[in-house]
Design a protein around this ligand. Structure first.
Ligand code: ZN
Length: 437
């Protein structure tokens, strides 16, 4: 047996078969006893020869045919490359020999059929990239391509655009898997691609630069600020509307909005500026140089309809309304507002107390206001910020309603505890840091 193997290592099966005829009876018996073991071992020695190509197989072109080096059959055009991993013999064989000798060159998990399929798909992929060299790259960039436009693309066009991608991918798969024999179907979806690109260009051209159009910058800003819902709403129409305006604080858009606000307020004393750092509008041009502020979001949600020039807006852009939604810019403005109120209020039943509690007492720092009822001399302490909210428009001559009456009502309605002036003074003198009264 050893002799047989050594002498005929490089011969094909036919030669070995002929040699077996020359065996003596004893040799045949021995060989038979060993045979199944030998065959199993021999089979496992043959593995796919990937040195030839990455599929270890080839389908010969142009009707070319070669002979199988295992059985000698001379007319194979589907060639499998196998290699003996013990002695490095390389053979080119047909698929029937792989099947008949029960070889598993591709390992246990992979059949000849599977190997053939992978080979054919790779061939198709080559054909595809020859025909459409840029197609795969275009598909990869498909979604990000929408970011190239100056304006946000509305959802109906985007949906159509994405559907065409799926269609193209589907046709590619059909071609690669051999289900489509030519590029006719794929060509149709590529036609769709060209027409949707044309539509996108047109949409961009027709809408860019228009007032309130959702720009690329707004889109990026919304994404960066995780305002997904606003972006979705914006995609419905492609334009900012009263539903979305308050959520958009992109720099250029805010500047644009500011120019509208200025135009609408141009016949008043007010002047408005944007403080980018704190994202607020600063309002000046008020009595005693009082400065107010209003958050950009709050301004947009309050005056959105007016800014969008809607008919009969919910809140009009007037000096009064601007003052009502705003608050003092700083403690200086707070003090000026309170001082003005004190002056206007001198005949009232209520006295506004800001000092006289020891020199360390600062009502603004403590955010509280002391209101003394003249008749009983008792004092209530209220939240300064809320108090300003209620009374600043009186201080700034916006409201002509009787401020004395309003103050009386305010104190009457208050459920705050009443203190004597002495009690508060003693408390603040000795322990001004504690808020307990
Ligand atoms: Zn063969």
């Amino acid at each position: 047996m050893y002799d047989l193997c050594r002498d005929n290592l490089d011969e094909n099966a036919k030669v070995i078969h002929d040699k077996l005829d020359e065996f003596t009876e004893d040799q045949i018996n021995i060989t038979n006893g060993m045979l199944s073991d030998i065959i199993l071992r021999c089979r496992s020695e043959w593995v796919a020869d990937y040195d030839t190509n990455k599929f270890a197989m080839n389908i010969l072109k142009n009707n070319e045919k070669i002979s199988c080096e295992l059985c000698g059959y001379h007319s194979i055009h589907e060639v499998f490359y196998i290699k003996n991993r013990v002695n490095n013999t390389r053979l080119r064989v047909g698929s029937s020999c792989i099947t008949n000798y029960e070889l598993q060159p591709f390992g246990k998990g992979k059949s000849v059929k599977q190997a053939r399929k992978e080979y054919l798909q790779s061939e198709n992929e080559i054909q595809l990239s020859k025909q459409y060299p840029e197609l795969r790259k275009r598909l990869e960039k498909w979604n990000s391509r929408l970011n190239d436009y100056d304006v946000l693309i509305p959802i109906n066009i985007e949906t159509e655009y994405n559907a065409i991608k799926e269609k193209i991918k589907h046709e590619i798969t059909r071609y690669i898997e051999g289900k489509a024999k030519n590029f006719d179907e794929l060509e149709l979806s590529l036609e769709d691609e060209r027409s949707i690109l044309k539509r996108l260009d047109e949409y961009n051209y027709n809408n860019k630069g228009k007032e309130f159009v959702a720009t690329k910058e707004i889109k990026v800003w919304l994404e960066r600020n995780h305002k997904k819902r606003t972006l979705e709403k914006l995609k419905q129409s492609g334009y900012v509307n009263s539903e979305t305006i308050a959520d958009i604080q992109e720099k250029n858009f805010v500047e644009f909005v500011l120019s509208i606000i200025r135009t609408k307020l141009k016949n008043t004393s007010l002047s408005v500026n944007h403080n980018l750092v704190n994202d607020i509008f600063v309002i000046t041009g008020l009595e005693d140089n009082v400065q107010l502020k209003c958050g950009v979001g709050k301004t947009l949600s309050t005056f959105g309809e007016e800014i969008l020039s809607k008919e009969n807006p919910l809140v009009k852009l007037t000096v009064a309304n601007v003052v009502i939604v705003s608050e003092p810019l700083n403690s200086n403005s707070t003090r000026r507002i309170i001082d003005r109120l004190k002056k206007k209020n001198y005949k009232s039943d209520i006295r506004i107390l800001t000092g006289g509690f020891g020199k360390e007492y600062d009502y603004v720092a403590r955010n509280e206001i002391n209101l003394q009822i003249k008749r009983t001399e008792m004092v209530i302490v209220e939240n300064l910020q809320r108090f300003i909210q209620e009374f600043k428009h009186f201080a700034l001559d916006i409201s002509i309603t009787n401020v004395q009456q309003r103050l009386n009502d305010y104190v009457d309605k208050s459920e705050s505890k009443k203190y004597t002036l002495k009690y508060l003074t003693d408390l603040r003198d000795t322990d001004f840091n504690k808020r307990k009264y």
